[in-house]
Design a protein around this ligand. Structure first.
Ligand code: HH2
Length: 284
């Protein structure tokens, strides 16, 4: 991977695309592209490579700063069918290189180090690991070797309503940062994500957004992905494709509480909401 690392800054090379985006000082919008048959909100819609690429174009035209491409549904609420390395690769191969060619930084949403390494070799710029470097023992090494940023997302096998979720997420982040440091990943290559909907009750998903500021003490960018997630349904019963209002509300509050990146399916609507919020915020 040829992208210069942010830690090379002092040596002169240009910033990594993620750090260029973060330097803009406005919320960054990551558009979701699921090349899967079974994603919880859009499963099957983009499994055809032509449909996936058309969606990549659309997300970019709608204002996505990053395209997050995944080929294994994580199905935060259970029921995901594990995908073999071969199947994950076969889904990504006709799509990811062409998406990279659009010129928008691509992140690879995978928990498999081999898939991450392949995608980075194809020009992906960021790794998005929904097990925060704590599942595949080779993931941290791959990220370190390619000198790219990694999104460390909190996850749990199962929700436990009895725990203090903020304490659990904090301890998880500390473990991930330790793994990252030991692998040689520069600290400023890590983005933290509390993992809305993953191993959390709906109340806990809302709590990590409400208490997002607790994670600011790590001094790292925070990402929130609340798009179409089930906690919205517990507030207002709604199918995943009728959760736009709740998704936008959650992301606006996440940004207010310190998120710098939001991961969304509905890019145009989210960009509009963020821009209007910023414009009103700076009106006198
Ligand atoms: N959520 C999903 C997948 N990947 N990555 C990060 N960093 N944060 C998230 O909140 C997150 C994520 C689940 O959403 P989606 O991709 O739409 O569904 P599925 O995993 O079923 O494909």
């Amino acid at each position: 991977m040829s992208s210069p690392a942010v830690s090379d800054r002092l040596a002169g090379p240009e910033l990594h695309p993620l750090h260029r985006l973060l330097a803009l000082g406005r919320p960054i919008v990551m558009g979701v592209l699921n090349v899967t048959p079974d994603s919880f909100s859009d499963g099957g819609r983009f499994i055809d490579p032509a449909a996936a690429l058309a969606q990549a174009h659309r997300l970019a035209a709608d204002g996505a700063d990053i395209l997050d491409i995944g080929a294994e549904s994580t199905r935060p609420y259970g029921g995901a069918v594990p995908v073999s390395l071969e199947d994950e690769f076969d889904r990504l191969a006709p799509v990811l290189p062409a998406a990279v060619a659009l010129g928008v930084p691509v992140s690879i949403d995978t928990i498999k180090a081999e898939i991450a390494a392949w995608a980075l070799g194809q020009g992906a710029a960021i790794v998005n690991d929904v097990w925060g470097l704590q599942r595949d023992p080779d993931m941290a090494r791959v990220v370190a070797e390619h000198r790219v940023p990694v999104i460390v997302m909190h996850n749990r096998e199962a929700a436990d309503p009895a725990i203090d979720i903020v304490a659990d997420v904090t301890a998880f982040f500390a473990r991930s940062l330790d793994i990252a440091a030991r692998a040689g990943i520069p600290r400023d290559h890590v983005v933290l994500d509390p993992g809305v909907g993953f191993g959390k009750t709906p109340e806990q998903s809302m709590a990590v957004i409400a208490r997002l500021e607790s994670f600011k003490s790590f001094g790292l960018p925070l990402l929130v992905g609340a798009s179409r997630k089930r906690f919205i349904n517990t507030v207002v019963p709604s199918s995943p494709d009728h959760r736009l209002g709740g998704s936008i509300a959650a992301h606006l509050l996440a940004v207010r509480n310190g998120a710098t990146i939001v991961r969304v399916h509905d890019v145009a609507e989210t960009v509009q909401a963020l821009r209007v919020t910023a414009a009103i915020g700076s009106a006198s």
